[in-house]
Design a protein around this ligand. Structure first.
Ligand SMILES: *[C@@H]1O[C@H](CO)[C@@H](O)[C@H](O)[C@H]1NC(C)=O
Ligand SMILES: *[C@@H]1O[C@H](CO)[C@@H](O)[C@H](O)[C@H]1NC(C)=O
Ligand SMILES: *[C@@H]1O[C@H](CO)[C@@H](O)[C@H](O)[C@H]1NC(C)=O
Length: 97
């Protein structure tokens, strides 16, 4: 009996170490993606901007300028589309090189 409970506790320790390793690896790769070696080194060039008018939404502005959501997002990094304000400048034509 003592022997089998010892095996169980070794197994549990092993599982604990494995899951800690997994968590560590996830955290590590996240930081690599956020600010580490996988961070895209691109500069943003904005060629045209438009001022937000009352009632505008990101979707409308992107559509009016024939941009896909992805393109619009790429030239407007860090934009919070649920917090647009009138007079805010949005990039509607640019490139990320
Ligand atoms: C991005 O690339 C340019 C040109 O290759 C380089 O001069 C610049 O230092 C790089 N920037 C970063 C943050 O790596
Ligand atoms: C965007 O703005 C809304 C409203 O101010 C806020 O609740 C939300 O947390 C913001 N999201 C981000 C990602 O900043
Ligand atoms: C975006 O800018 C490029 C280069 O300045 C230009 O050739 C293109 O016509 C512009 N597109 C729009 C939709 O304004």
């Amino acid at each position: 009996m003592a022997n089998s409970s010892k095996k169980i506790s070794i197994f549990l320790n092993f599982a604990l170490v494995l899951s800690l390793l997994l968590i560590f690896n996830l955290a590590e790769s996240k930081s690599l993606f956020d600010g580490g070696i996988f961070k895209p080194n691109s500069t943003l060039n904005c060629d045209n901007v438009v001022g937000v008018k009352s009632g505008d939404t990101c979707f409308e502005i992107a559509k009016n300028n024939k941009l896909t959501d992805t393109e619009f997002g790429a030239i407007n990094p860090n934009l919070n589309c649920t917090a647009l304000f009138v007079g805010q400048w949005l990039c509607i034509n640019g490139s990320t090189n």
